[in-house]
Design a protein around this ligand. Sequence first.
Ligand SMILES: Nc1ncnc2c1ncn2[C@@H]1O[C@H](COP(=O)(O)OP(=O)(O)OP(=O)(O)O)[C@@H](O)[C@H]1O
Length: 871
Amino acid sequence: MMAQYLDIKKDHSNALLFYRMGDFYEMFFDDAVAAAAALDIALTKRGQHEGADIPMCGVPVHAAESYLQTLTRKGFIVAICEQLEDPSEAKKRGSKSVVKRGVVRLVTPGTLTEDTLLDARRHNYLAAWSLIRDDGAVAWVDMSTGEMIVAGCVPVSLGPLLARLGPSEVLCIDAQEADLRAMVDGTVTVLGTASFDSTNAADRLCRLYGVKTLDAFGSFSRAELSALGALVDYLDLTQQGNLPLLRPPVREQISGAMQIDAATRRNLEISQRLSGGRDGSLLSVIDRTVTAGGARLLDRRIAAPSCNLTEIRSRHDAVEALTDNAHLREDLRAALRSVPDMDRALGRLSLDRGGPRDLAALRDGLAQAEVVAGVLGASQGLPDRMTEVARDLLGHETLRDLLDTALVAEPPHLARDGGFIAPGHDPDLDDARTLRDEGRSVIAGMQADYAAQTGISALKIKHNNVLGYFIETTATHATKMMAPPLSETFIHRQTTASAVRFTTVDLSDLERRVLSAGSRALEIEKRHFTLLREAAVSAGSIIGAASRALAEIDLTAGLADLASGADWCRPRMDHSRAFDVKAGRHPVVEAALRRDGGQSFVANDCALNAGDGAAICLLTGPNMAGKSTWLRQNALIALLAQAGAFVPAQAAHLGLVSQLFSRVGAADDLARGRSTFMVEMVETAAILNQADERALVILDEIGRGTATYDGLSIAWATLEHLHDANRCRALFATHYHELTALADKLPGASNATVTVKEWDGDVIFLHEVRSGAADRSYGVQVAKFAGLPDSVVHRARDVLETLERNDREGGGKRPVIDDLPLFATAPAPAPKLTPKDDPLRDKVKSIQPDQISPMDALTLLYELKGLATPD
Ligand SMILES: Nc1ncnc2c1ncn2[C@@H]1O[C@H](COP(=O)(O)OP(=O)(O)OP(=O)(O)O)[C@@H](O)[C@H]1O
């Protein structure tokens, strides 16, 4: 057995080998050590190899999925090695023969299909990057749904594209591994150059789709072919020749989508919080979809907002129609709620990994598609997009009818045990089942007869896999059964600790009949399963179209529900370079404030009207006033609008945005070995080098990660560059009030500030953005709110006053530093903390612990508690 193990393992050195032994997957040697640590399971040993113990660990087959989940999340690749024959077959070859085994599948993060291993509401992409000279391409596939897309991609756009896709696994050749590791969080898998060969790729794809030439799918560059070929090659390898149902490759122009790089996605917390997790992200707040397919489509649209005006307007038309018609929207959402995940069910069936429940998912999904089509058909004046989508909901009636009549209402998960074909579908099956079931009732009758015949009421007829059917009595009654006359009928089979087992000629006879009927019924059901599976897979494209249509309607209804419930408006979109938002809100901050039930969100305008040149708004204002919120809400409004959603505002006129950049000063990236300031500068450089006239740039306190004058100079020069060279629309928040002077110098720049009110030495945040510049940051007041000790706040006020006085008197900051009391004189003593009247403190001081009885101590404790919580 070990020889067989080692032989299989040598072909899968980069994977953990799950070696099937009966009801367990066992791992040996280094695999066992690594898996035991990763899964937190016991590491044992089994036998010896070359004089040393063989480490071993194992997981039960029935629970394997949850272990696979942990391992794939931790980046492991697992090779599933199954027994390819029944152990009885092996025995026929001799008692020492080893059961045939072979790897049937490699489980990798990018090739998962099981529901338990996947997030239903997100895509799971496997991507491949190919670079042929300067021509690059990325191909990606969601194996669980079969969608395959390819896009030409210059190296500089690779980061933003991968950030958009968030693939769980990326394929590349050796030379590109390091670059890719820096760009993706998922697994990077290196393949040999042969996998990326573009000539082979074309042949491979033609064979896969059964066509002579790929022209029907579009014309592909060599890099695109190479990336597609690598995907197919890898799927073939991981599925061991059992390819999933792949839809024909679709070619995408990445310029068709708004470019948003990884840092911007992080900063805007589009699908994940900066702190990790989906809760509190934009996606979590706007997702009102009711199906998994709808949720995945929303995720895709938000990740890649469109730059095509016709497409955007058509999405808005559809959302508008459902916003205006609440009845229709509710009817649609009610019908959609029971739509199962057809894409993934079909994906599993195509890989022969599905079960009867997946067939039922198709049946139920297709039936609901008809209901949705009916609801839409009964409504007047729908926009074109909706009527086109509605057409895809029908056309599958033959398959739906077949599944309807063939399957029981709630079939089991696995085909193995039968019980999923409905009575009446196949007379042969019905006959076999009747015999099998009657057999069971005959056995029950036989038990009653034997009990009467022997006078042993505790006599039972039972079944197990070793003996088949047998008669069981307790040891006390056994003597009677083993003595004549009963011993003539009852043949002794086995004695256990607590029971004695018998059989009879009649029982054996009946057993044969019952079992053969049972296994015949099972065989028939399995045959039906194969037929139904094949029917479903060959109707794959119709099912796919219906499923896409349902997702589109779900998404539209979800966005309409959001728009009407949260008071959002349809943005006016055009090719201008306007960015004019009236009473805009930040959807996530607004939702958080509403949830906390405190202050309500203050809506703010944003008017960036770029004619030919730049339009930059320089925002100054106190800490905590709402600068970052305002900056981000405008970026999110642009993103939502182009994704096809309405926007959180009273009105919006937006010219198309091709690239969205958002940077926040100072965020460490220690994992990638960059200091705070370095990260800030690398990211700023990327914007200044890439932003075009259609970019929208959000810069939040750029330059704050270094000394004041360096930071100010960098911010100054950055602003000038954005204005003169990039000529884009930009929002720039800063605490360098000196920068506000630039508004007079640069025609495209204007100042805005967030207002506060001073009250009794404190500040009150009004969160209102208006034109003008701030003169103070109120940082010291904010620090006080944050709970800095009073002595530190007082001291900071003194220092600030001295600095400001010197500044006013024209000394500048630098020469004044030496005159600061901070360095020149001994620090003024911090204001002494005069404890306020504090009865609790007084009481504690008065306690004499050594002179107090336990009883009094307890009373005292209550008294202290009362003083601490007077109410
Ligand atoms: N328009 C608004 N209406 C109501 N509350 C708001 C608004 N904008 C911001 N806030 C509240 O103020 C808090 C601080 O906002 P934000 O982080 O945008 O301030 P900031 O000016 O960028 O601060 P800093 O300069 O310290 O980074 C938010 O968490 C939110 O609770």
